[in-house]
Ligand binder design. Structure first.
Ligand SMILES: [Mg+2]
Length: 251
C-alpha cells in the first residue's frame, strides 16, 4: 500500500524515485596557495594572480554546479506512465513499470522489499566482533555475515536491530547506535539496509525463527578486518559495517 501510494505520488508529481544529489568538485583538486604576510611588490603581483585564479575557479565552480543541476534535472525527468505489481509476497514484491523519457517508452522491472533491513556490528568487551555463519541459498554458499534481518511493518529500525541481534546471537545490546544506511543495488532493488553498532552486550537467550539455522562466531576485530581486505568476506553489510565502524573509530 505504501509503495502504491508512493508510485501514485511519483506519477502525479512526475518525480523520480531516487535523485542523486549534486556533488561539489573534490576539494583535493584545489591547490592551496599560501600568502606571505610581508608583501613586497612581487608578492602583491602574486596576490593579484591568486585572486584572479580564485575568481576563475569560482566562475568554473559555479558553471559546474549550474551544469550539474541542469544535468540532474534532465536525468531525473522520467515520467511514470504505468506501474504494475507482477508478484506480491510479504518479503518480495516484483514491480513492472513503464517509464517515459524524452518521448520514448521504457519497461522497467525491479524488486521492492516491503520493509527495510537491519544489520548490526556488535563488539564484545573482549574486543571481538559477533558474526553469524549460515547457508545463503541464492548464492549456494555458507558465509559469514552480521546479525541481521527484516524490520516488522512499522517497527523502529533501532528497536528492530536490537531485536534481531538478540534473537540471532543471544546477546542483548544495552548500547546501540546508527552506523549507516545504504542501498546495495539501487538499479534493480529497493531494499535499504540500516546499519548499527552495538556494545555493552548482555548474555540472554537465542530465539531463532523456524527454518533459521546459524552459528554464532566471535572473531577479533583485526582478524575480521583482514578477512574483509583479503576478500574472504563477501557479505556487503558485513564489509561496509565493519569498515564504517573502523573509520569512525568505534572498533
Ligand atoms: Mg537474519
Amino acid at each position: 500500500m505504501v509503495i502504491q501510494i508512493k508510485l501514485a505520488v511519483q506519477a502525479a508529481g512526475n518525480l523520480p524515485a531516487e535523485i542523486e544529489p549534486v556533488r561539489a568538485p573534490n576539494s583535493s583538486s584545489i591547490t592551496p596557495i599560501k600568502l606571505k604576510k610581508n608583501r613586497s611588490s612581487r608578492n602583491v603581483d602574486r596576490s593579484r594572480r591568486l585572486r584572479h585564479t580564485l575568481l576563475e575557479y569560482n566562475t568554473d565552480y559555479l558553471t559546474l554546479i549550474s551544469a550539474n543541476t541542469a544535468m540532474t534535472e534532465k536525468l531525473s525527468a522520467y515520467k511514470l506512465v504505468r506501474s504494475q505489481t507482477v508478484f506480491d509476497h510479504p518479503w518480495v514484491r516484483i514491480v513492472q513499470d513503464l517509464l517515459e523519457y524524452e518521448g520514448k517508452l521504457f519497461p522497467y522491472f525491479y524488486l521492492a522489499s516491503p520493509v527495510e533491513a537491519v544489520a548490526t556490528v556488535g563488539l564484545t568487551a573482549q574486543g571481538e566482533i559477533i558474526l553469524t555463519r549460515q547457508y545463503r541459498h541464492p548464492i549456494g554458499q555458507v558465509i559469514y555475515d552480521l546479525p541481521a534481518g527484516r524490520l516488522e511493518p512499522g517497527e523502529d529500525p533501532l528497536a528492530g536491530a536490537r531485536r534481531e541481534f538478540e534473537e540471532e546471537t543471544g546477546f542483548y545490546p544495552r548500547q546501540i547506535e546508527q552506523l549507516g544506511y545504504y542501498n546495495q543495488f539501487p538499479g534493480t532493488l529497493r531494499a535499504a539496509t540500516n546499519l548499527f553498532f552495538a556494545h555493552d552486550l548482555q548474555a540472554t537467550h537465542q530465539h531463532l525463527d523456524p527454518g533459521e539455522f546459524l552459528d554464532v562466531v566471535l572473531k577479533p576485530v583485526s582478524e575480521v578486518k583482514e578477512m574483509i581486505l583479503s576478500g574472504k568476506i563477501i557479505d556487503g553489510s558485513l564489509q561496509l559495517g565493519v569498515l564504517l565502524a573502523l573509520q569512525k573509530g568505534l572498533l
